[in-house]
Design a protein around this ligand. Structure first.
Ligand SMILES: [Mg+2]
Length: 191
């Protein structure tokens, strides 16, 4: 396969750049004493459908992660930041997230990215899940890394190549291209 031009690939944030699943489990344990969950238990993107945890607690944890990901201790996925900087050597980074507010996640990215890299990013916070495709097309991207299967299917239908970032909640029922980690993403674009 030819290497992907780094200018043509974009990234989802939660579950791809950010270890949102890991943060959810940590907060559930530390703040709610729920220590029985592992990442593999999160078999649905809709967490409420797969965990036996009170809906109010689930919502409270996600609200924290959305409103103030830095203070909530959201961490980047392993190797994400170093690989993103490698991409940024070639082209500005593009992120498209369904998060409702741009500022908190911009602050989070700013905390982890080098200032010169952060200044050049393109960041879209859409607020909804289901119209990513039009944003991604308008941004001129041809490839997009996302962990939500439904989004990846929509992208594929519209001629964008999705790369499903493997997570326990997206493993079944598709034959789309996948990536296991950030080294795999790197290898798609660089020798
Ligand atoms: Mg995501």
């Amino acid at each position: 396969m030819n290497k992907i031009n780094p200018a043509l690939i974009g990234f989802d944030i939660d579950g791809v750049v950010a270890d949102t699943g890991g943060a959810f489990i940590r907060i559930a344990g530390e703040e709610y004493g729920i220590n029985s969950i592992t990442l593999d238990d999160i078999t649905s993107f809709e967490v409420i459908d797969c965990l036996d945890v009170d809906q109010g607690i689930i919502e409270a944890i996600f609200t924290r992660l959305l409103d103030d990901p830095l203070t909530a201790g959201l961490q980047p996925m392993e190797d994400a930041i170093s690989v993103l900087h490698r991409f940024a050597d070639e082209a500005p980074l593009t992120f498209v997230t369904a998060r409702p507010h741009k500022k908190p996640i911009a602050r989070w990215l700013k905390n982890f990215l080098q200032p010169a890299t952060f200044e050049k990013i393109r960041l879209v916070a859409m607020g909804v899940h289901d119209n990513k495709t039009s944003y991604i097309k308008d941004l001129g991207l041809k490839y997009f890394v996302d962990d939500r299967l439904q989004t990846c299917r929509m992208l594929a239908n519209e001629g964008i190549t999705p790369l499903v970032y493997n997570q326990p909640w997206n493993k079944n029922g598709h034959d789309l291209p996948t990536v296991n980690d950030w080294q795999a993403i790197r290898n798609l674009c660089f020798d």
